[in-house]
Design a protein around this ligand. Structure first.
Ligand code: FES
Length: 108
């Protein structure tokens, strides 16, 4: 069973944590199941970018970034080369490491 390591985030998860994921589960669903309240203003509809995250390890082991995600991702705060929307990126069979950005587009 793959694992997601969430790096420490000042407000959401000060000490960080590692959690098991089911294959095919989104990063956001793993976070929410473990009480990490990543913002998801559009309720996972791929239109708000508030669930934006950085994939520090295992980027290419996730489900590919679809065109709709790529289009909306450009609007996320602090976008980087390793950015994904956590409501869209699905875990496959490898462990990954995720950093939650300090801000969302709504906070900024
Ligand atoms: S929850 Fe809105 S884009 Fe992911």
């Amino acid at each position: 069973m793959p694992k997601i390591k969430f790096l420490p985030h000042k407000l959401l998860l000060p000490k960080g944590g590692t959690f098991y994921a089911k294959e095919g589960e989104t990063i956001l669903n793993v976070a929410l199941r473990n009480n990490i309240n990543i913002e998801h203003a559009c309720n996972k509809s791929c239109i708000c970018t508030t669930c934006h995250c950085f994939i520090e390890k295992g980027y290419y082991s996730l489900s590919p970034c679809e065109e709709k995600e790529e289009d909306i991702l450009d609007k996320a705060w602090g976008i980087q080369i390793n950015s994904r929307l956590s409501c869209q990126a699905k875990i496959k069979n490898q462990d990954i490491e995720v950093k939650i950005p300090m801000y969302t587009i709504n906070q900024f």
